[in-house]
Design a protein around this ligand. Sequence first.
Ligand code: TK8
Length: 356
Amino acid sequence: MTIFWRNTLTLAGAATLSLGIAYAQTPDLSDPPAIEGEVLGDHGSHTLRMGLGLSDTSPQYLSSRYFADILEQRTEGRITVNIFPNSQLGDDVQMMEMLQTGSLDMSYPSSSPATTYVQELAVFDLPFLLPSREAAIAVMQSETAQRMLDAFEGTGIKALTFSENGYRQLTNSARAVESPEDVAGLDVRGLSVRTMENPVHLSIWETLGANPTPMAFGELFSAMEQGVVDGQENPWSTILTSNFYEVQDYGSETRHVYTPFIMMMSQRTWDRLAPEYQELVQEAARQSAEYEIQLSTEYDDWAREQLEERGMQITRLDDDQVAAFQEAVQPVYDRWAPRIGEDLIAEIQSIVDATQ
Ligand code: TK8
């Protein structure tokens, strides 16, 4: 009897939901570019497993599908890529370890947890370093960035390309945030904020007076739902496609860090591929990264508006308010710039300046 009631309630709930306002799941997205280039001869058959952190409505997933389609079409189906979204195979850290042992073929983590393999990547974690998407793209396409991908050599991971995770924005369930003081709390406690597993990010939120907790992305939704943490920070597209708005009432357009993704393959898998296939994989990775950045760009403002429509209260910050955050996190630079490398930071800075 109890079971019967539960089922009825669930069904009734689902029906009500679907009769409610029908929100679009994705913006009006560009189609992937036509797949061009020759079809390769037979160099063997491969079925690859690719694990993703984000959901199947994310730019990460949609562009990975395009990657899979390129490989499939240009090998007449000899290379197949099966994609597993939603952190179902593990989180960024675990999946990189699986790439090392060869128990997973491909993954697409943020650069931040990958700093354990290539320390220079931490330059991307410095707050307010990349002021525009144009600057970010120029940096990701630079020789400096290519050197970071090459530096994975010997780790058991083949890093194929950078693409965009995006500008990170703060959300929380406690209060509207428009200043560093709102993060720290004056007569209330500081916000507890989940961060990626990365020491610079930890340092940013410590410096702002929050209570930072590094945590795997896959555990984040339930941690917020259960009130283990007040908030988190990610691009609007992720906040939307991971349904964080269901458990987060407030958002602030802080744009404090631009995070890249890195498409990766297990070195063991890479070594098993014929040189012709390796070249194709590298080309498809670049093409799909370009498409990913396009989708991510199309998502950004749209996702913010969708979140507002779904009831999230979003605070836009004016230049002075952003400057206040920038000033407040200056100690992060003082502490981390020498460790990350002043020369590397200057190199990135000059690429940025050339785009301004
Ligand atoms: C997804 C993660 C996520 C990242 C985070 O695998 O952990 O907050 O921004 O996108 O890479």
